[in-house]
Design a protein around this ligand. Structure first.
Ligand SMILES: [Zn+2]
Length: 454
C-alpha cells in the first residue's frame, strides 16, 4: 500500500513539474527535420520545457501554447559545427596574431572567447565540437572553462564538446613553440601541452586530457598550413603512436578526430580506427574508398582554405605556399568524397576565419557538388552521430532537446539562406529572435577565392 502511495505521489509530482514548463508552438512555412530527403510544408514544432514533444506538418496547436510564427521560413534542428576553436582567432595578420597571443594574458583571451561563443550560437550553431585550445607557454584549459560556463548558464554560447590541447609530435603542427627561438618559453613542451612522442607518452597525454575535462581527443597526424616548422602533408605520428592514441581514447569512450592533410597519414589513421579525418586536402580516391568502407567521417573545413586563400598577404611566404598546395588539392578531394558516398560531417575550422560565419561552409559544399539537403544533414544528423549525441539532438523528433533555428525562405533552393538565421532556440530557451546581439564589424566579408582552389 505504501509503495502504491509513493507511486501515486511521484506521478502527481511529475505531472505538476511538467505542468510548470511553458509550452511553445513554433510555426514556419517549412520544416527540415534533419533526416528526411525533402522539406515538409506547414511545419509545426511543439516544445515543452527543454524538449520537443511533437514535430510535423499542420499539427494541432495546444490551447496553452505560446505561438511563435516565423512565417516564410524553414525550421531546422540547431546547426552543429564539428570543427571550431572558440578560444582563438587566427583570422587576421599571422605575425600580429602570434605576438598578441604571447602579449595578452590568458584570462583576457578567455574573456574574448565568450564573444566568439555568442556569435557562434547566434549564427544558428547550437552545438560545436571544439577541436583544440592552447596558449603557448600556458597550461590553462580555457575551452573547458568556456564549456562549463555555458552549461551553467553564466554565459550564452553553443553546447561544446571540447578537445583541450590537440595531441601532436615534437616540432609538428601542434607544437606551439615551433618557429620561436629554442627554449624561449623556458622548456620544451610536453604531454601537459599535448606534445608527446612514442605510444606510451601518447597514452599519457590522452589520460591527462580526459582527467582535465576533454570530451573528445584531437591529434595532428600530418603537417598543417598555419604552422612554421613542418610540411603540410608529411606524416607526424607513427602507426604505433596512432594505434595507441585510438586505443586509449576509445577505452575511455572518447572519439578521435585527427587533423590530417596528407594521404599517407590519412590512410594510417583510418586503418587505426579514428572517427574523423579533419581537412583531408590531399586524400586520394583509394584512401577515400577505405574511409567509406570503415565508415570514417570526413570533416572538410572548406571555409578555412577559402579564408586563407582570400587573405594570402596575411601569411608568411612559407605558409602561402602550403595554403596554395592544400587549396589546389582539396576541391577534387571533396568532389570525390561526395561522389563516392563518404560520410561527411560539417566542420569549418572557425577561428581561421572570424567566428559566426560558419554557415558560409554550406555554399562551398554545394558549389562543389553536394546536394543542398545532404549539406543540411551534414550539419545536423551527421554531426550528431559523429559527436555521439544523436540520441539527444540533430533531428526534430519527439523527446529530443529543443535546439531549433529558423532560416528565411527555402534553404534547399538558396543555400545561402543558412547565413541569415533569424531565430535560435537552445534547449527550449529563445536565444535570438531578430537581429544578433553581437554586431559583426571587421573582417566579415568572405573574400572571393582567386587561387585555383576550385
Ligand atoms: Zn582546426
Amino acid at each position: 500500500m505504501k509503495v502504491t502511495c509513493c507511486v501515486v505521489a511521484a506521478f502527481f509530482l511529475a505531472v505538476s513539474a511538467r505542468g510548470a514548463d511553458e509550452v511553445i508552438a513554433l510555426k514556419a512555412a517549412r520544416i527540415f527535420d534533419g533526416k528526411s530527403n525533402a522539406l515538409v510544408q506547414n511545419g509545426v514544432v511543439i516544445v515543452e520545457g527543454n524538449k520537443i514533444i511533437d514535430a510535423g506538418s499542420n499539427l494541432p496547436i495546444p490551447s496553452s501554447a505560446r505561438v511563435i510564427d516565423l512565417g516564410d521560413a524553414t525550421l531546422c534542428p540547431g546547426f552543429m559545427d564539428a570543427h571550431t576553436h572558440l578560444t582563438s582567432d587566427y583570422s587576421g595578420d599571422f605575425n600580429e596574431r602570434r605576438l598578441k597571443e604571447v602579449d595578452l594574458n590568458v584570462s583576457e583571451q578567455a574573456i574574448i572567447a565568450t564573444a566568439h561563443a555568442r556569435a557562434t550560437v547566434e549564427a544558428g550553431f547550437t552545438t560545436v565540437r571544439d577541436l583544440g585550445s592552447r596558449f603557448v607557454g600556458s597550461r590553462e584549459f580555457v575551452d573547458v572553462a568556456l564549456r562549463n560556463s555555458i552549461n551553467k548558464g553564466v554565459i550564452v554560447g553553443p553546447r561544446m564538446l571540447v578537445a583541450t590541447k590537440g595531441i601532436g609530435a615534437t616540432g609538428g603542427h601542434f607544437d606551439a613553440t615551433s618557429g620561436f627561438r629554442d627554449f624561449l618559453f623556458g622548456r620544451e613542451p610536453d604531454y601537459t601541452d599535448g606534445i608527446a612522442d612514442g605510444p606510451d607518452e601518447i597514452r599519457k597525454a590522452v589520460r591527462f586530457e580526459v582527467k582535465n575535462g576533454a570530451d573528445v581527443i584531437k591529434a595532428a597526424v600530418s603537417g598543417g598550413v598555419l604552422s612554421l616548422a613542418d610540411e603540410v602533408d608529411t606524416p607526424q605520428l607513427t602507426p604505433a603512436e596512432i594505434a595507441a592514441l585510438v586505443d586509449e581514447s576509445h577505452r575511455l569512450r572518447k572519439k578521435v578526430a585527427v587533423h590530417c592533410h596528407g594521404d599517407q597519414a590519412a590512410r594510417e589513421a583510418i586503418e587505426a580506427g579514428v572517427d574523423s579525418i579533419e581537412h583531408g586536402s590531399f586524400v586520394k580516391p583509394e584512401t577515400l574508398t577505405v574511409m567509406k568502407k570503415k565508415g570514417t567521417f570526413l570533416t572538410p573545413t572548406l571555409m578555412a582554405t577559402e579564408w586563407i586563400m582570400g587573405k594570402l598577404d596575411n601569411y608568411p611566404p612559407a605558409l602561402q605556399a602550403k595554403a596554395k598546395a592544400a587549396a589546389a588539392a582539396r576541391s577534387d578531394m571533396f568532389r570525390n568524397a561526395v561522389k563516392m558516398g563518404v560520410r561527411i560531417s560539417f566542420g569549418t575550422d572557425a577561428a581561421v576565419y572570424p567566428h559566426g560565419q560558419n554557415a558560409k561552409e554550406f555554399k562551398l559544399m554545394v558549389d562543389l557538388g553536394m546536394n543542398p539537403i545532404d549539406a543540411l544533414k551534414s550539419a545536423t544528423a551527421n554531426d550528431a552521430e559523429l559527436l555521439g549525441i544523436g540520441q539527444k539532438v540533430g533531428t526534430l523528433e519527439k523527446g529530443k532537446l529543443a535546439d531549433l533555428i529558423g532560416v528565411p525562405g527555402d534553404p534547399t533552393v538558396d543555400i545561402t539562406a543558412t547565413e541569415r538565421v533569424s531565430f535560435v532556440m537552445k534547449e527550449g530557451k529563445v536565444i535570438r529572435q531578430g537581429p544578433p546581439a553581437v554586431q559583426r564589424t571587421e573582417n566579415t566579408a568572405l573574400p572571393h577565392l582567386t587561387a585555383p582552389a576550385d
